[in-house]
Design a protein around this ligand. Structure first.
Ligand code: HEM
Length: 467
């Protein structure tokens, strides 16, 4: 690592290790993270020392400081080898967050290696993002038909009017089906992957081994697609960088699967919530343009990546009221920055409201969500939310918004359930081969339909228990 001829922290300035740190992930944080951010801001200013599952880290709270950390890659590095506590062997070997950070992929690379990995993903996603290309057209149609199929299953299982959890019965299965389709998973791998991603996303005692199995499954998928290329993201990634090993591409797919499932799923749920708790006029007048604005508002109020991944200081630097030492770990909080932004926007000194497009829901700077991935994520969210309101003549929350349970981790904040009372509009078809007849055949002569049937069977087990 290069030496920097810059200022070093004054000897009398407190180091992260010397400060009394408060645990961030408390029951109060689960219920009301905004109150915790506010208290930390009052106590420490724009940057606060906190403990993440026992390990000290700087939490960056204010919009200006968060943007600075996200944008300045020469100062704020992603490569975990910059982390001093790790290099000095001070992290507990069983620290729950370490396994994820040790998976070396695009997010945790710097400079040329990082730019090359992003370029490969961008070129591989290109065909799917372009609405007029056959792959783009087919993916759009498939997302819509999967959504229709899930609403059809709901109608078949629970009737044309009743109660549903739009998380377990719609959003999560939809995203898993889209991932399986986009990645080109054959049937056997699809079922296995669905189960393990589900366990991994929900956390719990089996999450570690499930992560290992999901990584191994992605590696096997790459080997399969290297031998039998198809019209899928895995095959296009191999085309973009044929020198990549099965293991490396497996790690990339693993990370993309997390974004495609957990993060995109949370964005769908947060947007649905924004619409459901909006007034009747907002709901009636949902048009494509207004849906885009609703997504921005949901990202501002509840960014699915609440606290972004760690950055490591390349040298001693002043941030907020502290000197951050070279190798210290910093977590920029989009959720806290949005709180700060909204406070600035409502200040009488500013005199204008903040544009919802100023949100950091996609991140910012060199590690922000790649444009092709944003297009894809945006298309999925728009389609998934749009289809719900096409099919449901009535949908209302069965819990007051402030009593909805949230999953609150060091990175993600997402709804655990989204319970609604619904009435369908009457045009919903039960699941069958119809909606997906137009999809392209896959390998082994089995076709997309058999792939979807395997998935639907697995999802049925997950959603309704073995029948
Ligand atoms: C609505 C959906 C999505 C949201 C809200 C979202 C949000 C984000 C955010 C906040 C980051 C930056 C994280 C950080 O700096 O720590 C990010 C990075 C990333 N996202 Fe997305 N994302 C979405 C969908 C997707 C999809 C569908 C894919 C891929 C298929 C994807 C792939 C990536 C990748 C590869 C990165 C890492 C980029 C880098 O480190 O250079 N995202 N995303």
């Amino acid at each position: 690592m290069e030496a920097h001829p810059y200022a070093t922290a004054p000897a009398d300035s407190p180091s992260l290790e010397s400060l009394p740190v408060q645990p961030l992930l408390t029951s109060e944080f689960d219920v009301d993270p905004g109150a915790v951010y506010q208290r930390l801001r009052r106590q420490y200013g724009p940057v606060a020392p906190v403990a993440l599952m026992g390990v000290p880290a700087w939490l960056v709270l204010d919009y200006r400081e968060v943007l600075e950390v996200l944008r300045n890659e020469s100062l704020w590095r992603r490569d975990i080898r910059y982390w001093r506590a790790r290099a000095e062997g001070r992290l507990p070997y069983d620290w729950p967050l370490l396994a994820g950070y040790e998976v070396r992929q695009t997010m945790f690379m710097d400079e040329d290696e990082h730019r090359a990995a992003r370029a490969s993903l961008h070129s591989a996603l290109g065909p799917f993002q372009e609405a007029r290309s056959p792959q783009g057209w087919e993916l759009r149609a498939t997302v819509a038909s999967f959504a229709d199929e899930l609403v059809g299953m709901l109608a078949a299982e629970s009737g044309a009017a009743g109660f549903a959890d739009l998380g377990a019965q719609y959003t999560r299965p939809l995203l898993l089906m889209v991932t399986t389709k986009l990645f080109g998973c054959p049937v056997e791998l699809g079922d296995e992957l669905v189960m393990d991603l589900w366990r991994m996303l929900d956390g719990g005692p089996d999450a570690g081994p499930a992560t290992g199995r999901a990584l191994a499954a992605m590696t096997r998928l790459v080997a399969h697609r290297r031998a039998r290329p198809g019209d899928d993201l895995t095959s296009y990634m191999l085309l973009a960088d044929p020198g990549m090993s099965d293991e490396q591409l497996g790690r990339e797919l693993f990370m993309n699967a997390v974004y495609l499932n957990d993060i995109t799923g949370n964005m769908v749920m947060n947007t649905l919530l924004e619409v459901l708790r909006g007034n009747a006029t907002v709901r009636r007048s949902l048009s494509a343009g207004q849906l885009g604005e609703t997504i921005n508002r949901a990202a501002l109020v509840n960014p699915p990546v609440a606290n972004m991944c760690f950055r490591f200081a390349a040298r001693d630097v002043r941030l907020g009221n502290f000197w951050v030492r070279a190798g210290d770990v910093v977590s920029p909080s989009a959720a806290a920055a949005h709180q700060d932004l909204l406070a600035i926007g409502s200040s009488p000194m500013v005199g204008s409201t903040v544009s919802t497009r100023a949100h950091l829901g996609w991140g910012a700077g060199p590690h922000g969500c790649p444009s092709a991935a944003r297009e894809l994520g945006g298309m999925i969210v728009t389609t998934a939310v749009g289809r719900v309101f096409d099919h449901f003549s009535k949908a209302e929350l069965t819990l007051p918004p402030d009593q909805l349970p949230w999953r609150s981790g060091p990175v993600v904040r997402g709804l655990k359930v989204l319970p609604v009372r619904y009435e369908l509009s009457g045009r919903v078809r039960p699941p069958g081969p119809g909606p997906r007849e137009h999809t392209a055949p896959t390998d082994n002569g089995r076709g997309a339909d058999s792939q979807a049937k395997g998935l639907l069977a697995a999802l049925r087990r997950l959603m309704f228990g073995a029948k």
